[in-house]
Design a protein around this ligand. Structure first.
Ligand SMILES: Cc1cc2nc3c(=O)[nH]c(=O)nc-3n(C[C@H](O)[C@H](O)[C@H](O)COP(=O)(O)O)c2cc1C
Length: 327
């Protein structure tokens, strides 16, 4: 524990104090985006959430989501499910590809997941959540972590009860998105719960929700005393946030937002990694990042339009080399 009262986050040979973590995000945190964020300074990354049932059916799409490169370590494979045997079976399959930890999703708010008792659905059935975590702990050799929300809705917040249960189960750390399932992504994350969770937890707590700047990160760490912070949408908007955090926390330097030329070079790196991973499908996958690299630039509508009609990686590279060329 350092003088701020913050625990060190340790996983295998890695140690972080505090840890800056890329949040798992479906259709966003594929291997390309994770590698980009690692290069920018993210400490820990997770895969997108993966259905346990799909994994044990041997579904190709689910298996592909487990793929990662050595430069992504430490990396966790995140699973969701509500049947103990399925999650354990999926956990063993995930363990066999060699990640650093296995994470259980206890936060996905999407109806087709949560209403079937998976993801945030487990917040309404703490006994089942505990049974799944217990079985994972017994059957796997890897560290097990949990990412959860505050509770199902504001009337049934049970985060502190769940933190106690998960401490008893011996999870490696707990990441908390400080919203309820009912809130979805609306309203503000309530970091007072992360502070309270930290006060009662022996295992490290990673706080999550609405961190979009170095200032907010500094406030969140100081206020909650969390052991790390996890960033989702803030990283889609600005993957360089991790670089800014590292410079500020470890060197006391404030890095400005990159100039447009540098954003373009980061975009080219990102797209190169995407093509390596997805081939021609990189073209459509890259469209969701047009705001990341072009928002606020003159002529952005035209660039976005050119990206939206691009059909080949070559066309996208051409735009990233020469975004203002008129076609
Ligand atoms: C597009 C998108 C996809 C997400 N997919 C997942 C997921 O697969 N697993 C998960 O635990 N959380 C998922 N989340 C939630 C994020 O991990 C994070 O908890 C949430 O966005 C709050 O953090 P933020 O305010 O930094 O974005 C997703 C969020 C977004 C925006």
């Amino acid at each position: 524990m350092n003088q701020k009262g913050v625990e060190l986050i340790k996983i295998n040979d890695y140690k972080f104090d505090p840890a800056f973590v890329l949040a798992p995000m479906e259709d966003v945190t594929d291997t390309a985006f994770r590698r980009l964020c690692k290069e920018m300074g993210a400490d820990i990354v997770y895969t997108e959430f993966i259905s346990s049932e799909a994994l044990i059916r041997d579904a190709e799409k689910a298996k592909r989501k487990m793929m990662f490169y050595p430069d992504e370590r430490p990396i966790g494979i995140q699973l969701y499910g509500s049947r103990v045997e399925s999650v354990v079976d999926a956990g063993k399959r995930a363990q066999s590809v060699g990640p650093d930890f296995i994470d259980l999703n206890v936060g996905c708010p999407v109806t087709k997941v949560a209403d079937q008792g998976m993801g945030a659905g487990l917040l309404k059935n703490c006994d089942l959540m505990a049974a799944i975590v217990k079985a994972l702990k017994e059957e796997l050799t890897l560290s097990v972590t949990v990412k959860m929300r505050l509770g199902w809705d504001l009337e049934s917040i049970n985060v502190l009860q769940n933190v106690k249960i998960l401490n008893e189960m011996g999870v490696h750390w707990i990441a908390i998105h400080a919203r309820t399932r009912a809130q979805g992504y609306k309203g503000e994350a309530d970091w007072s719960w992360i502070k309270k969770a930290k006060e009662i937890s022996e295992v490290p707590i990673i706080g999550n929700g609405d961190i979009t700047s170095v200032e907010k990160a500094e406030w969140a760490l100081e206020y909650s005393k969390a052991d790390g912070i996890m960033i989702g949408r803030g990283a889609i908007k600005a993957p360089w946030i991790f670089r800014q955090l590292k410079a500020y926390f470890f060197e006391g330097k404030r890095l400005p937002e990159p100039e447009f030329e540098e954003k373009l070079s980061i975009a080219r790196k990102h797209f190169t990694l995407l093509v390596e991973h997805k081939g021609k499908y990189a073209v459509s996958a890259f469209r969701r990042f047009s705001n990341t690299y072009f928002k606020g630039e003159k002529g952005v509508a035209k660039i976005r339009q050119r990206l939206s009609v691009s059909r080949s990686p070559e066309e996208v590279f051409e735009i990233l080399e020469n975004p203002f060329k008129l076609k």
